[in-house]
Write a protein that binds this ligand. Structure first.
Ligand SMILES: [Zn+2]
Length: 316
């Protein structure tokens, strides 16, 4: 067992983005990795190189028709994958498959006891549904990873914890009636921000009714409101006893993001990641993967994600 954090990098995942003037540019990967180098975490980090996810792996979560459609539009390289947020840029199928592949690589490394903690920037594409793209997200890496953990490794209780400013609707609705997918999401109130969902009354449906946690913060909310909400997340996760934790640590919840209205600092991300490491140690043999998620101010995403990696490295 290696006590280091496994951090993914490579041109394959850096290529996921939509070019100028789209907020999700391909420069986000390098902005983060430059800051990570500056932080001099040194011996605490090992770098992993992604492989693309195979179609049969994507199909653990996505429909065959949708995977075909992305492949076709990626070759055509024009138009939209959704109603106008997610352009069908050339090669997007390969880049989106690489993002999923990086998360699945991290799952394999952790489940083979090579590492306990991993970070995958660019991943955390939480708006993609089983059958469609949405909100800059083509394939839902966390959704695929949850299914992969079940099918390949036989885990039952997987937690998804999301502190991106936007509600993780692609994950939430895919598992809305599934009580074993443990779901906690702190986000900006959907009355003021895309995708408009995630009200506290949405606690799951059918057998899962009452099992999921959505917490909406008012526009302008700061760390104080976040940490009050976060206490509820910790109590919830302790009761749910997950076997593996997937974190989506979108940096668009930080003050200054150009497309949201929350005013958190990177301290929120650092402390949330540290708390999830302790929870993972209590319940999940230490197993946690953090994904970068959103974040459109480059300085914010670089600092917040670096603080998350630091927390993953130091909380043991
Ligand atoms: Zn977001």
């Amino acid at each position: 067992m290696n006590g280091n954090v496994l951090v993914y990098r490579g041109e394959e995942i850096a290529a996921y983005g939509f070019g100028d003037p789209h907020p999700f540019g391909t420069d986000r990967h390098d902005a983060f990795h430059a800051e990570l180098v500056r932080a001099q975490l040194g011996d605490a980090i090992d770098y992993g190189h992604p492989r693309p996810a195979r179609v049969d792996e994507l199909a653990l979560f996505h429909t065959a028709d949708y995977i075909d459609r992305v492949s076709r539009l990626s070759e055509e390289g024009q138009g939209w994958l959704d109603d106008g947020d997610t352009p069908a840029v050339p090669g997007i199928f390969g880049a989106a498959s690489a993002v999923v592949g990086a998360v699945l690589c991290a799952v394999d490394e952790i489940m083979h006891d090579n590492y306990r903690r991993a970070f995958v920037p660019i991943a955390g594409l939480h708006h993609a549904a089983r059958d469609r793209a949405a909100g800059f997200c083509v394939f839902n890496d966390c959704g695929v990873a949850a299914e992969y953990l079940r099918v390949k490794y036989g885990l039952a209780r997987i937690a998804y914890v999301d502190i991106d400013a936007h509600h993780g609707d692609g994950v939430f609705y895919a598992f809305e009636d599934d009580p074993d997918l443990i779901f906690a999401d702190i986000h900006e109130d959907g009355r003021y921000l895309y995708p408009g969902t995630g009200s506290p009354e949405e606690t799951g449906t059918g057998r899962a009714r009452g099992t999921k946690l959505n917490i909406a913060l008012a526009p302008g909310a700061t760390d104080a409101e976040f940490f009050a909400a976060w206490e509820r997340v910790e109590v919830y996760l302790d009761a749910q006893q997950p076997e593996f934790i997937l974190m989506q640590c979108g940096a668009d919840s930080l003050e200054g993001d150009p497309i949201t209205h929350l005013c958190l600092s990177e301290e929120a991300h650092a402390r949330a990641a540290a708390a999830l490491c302790r929870l993972a140690d209590r319940h999940a043999s230490g197993r946690i993967i953090a994904t970068g998620g959103g974040g459109y101010d480059r300085r914010n995403l670089a600092r917040a994600w670096t603080r998350v990696v630091q927390s993953l490295a130091e909380t043991r």
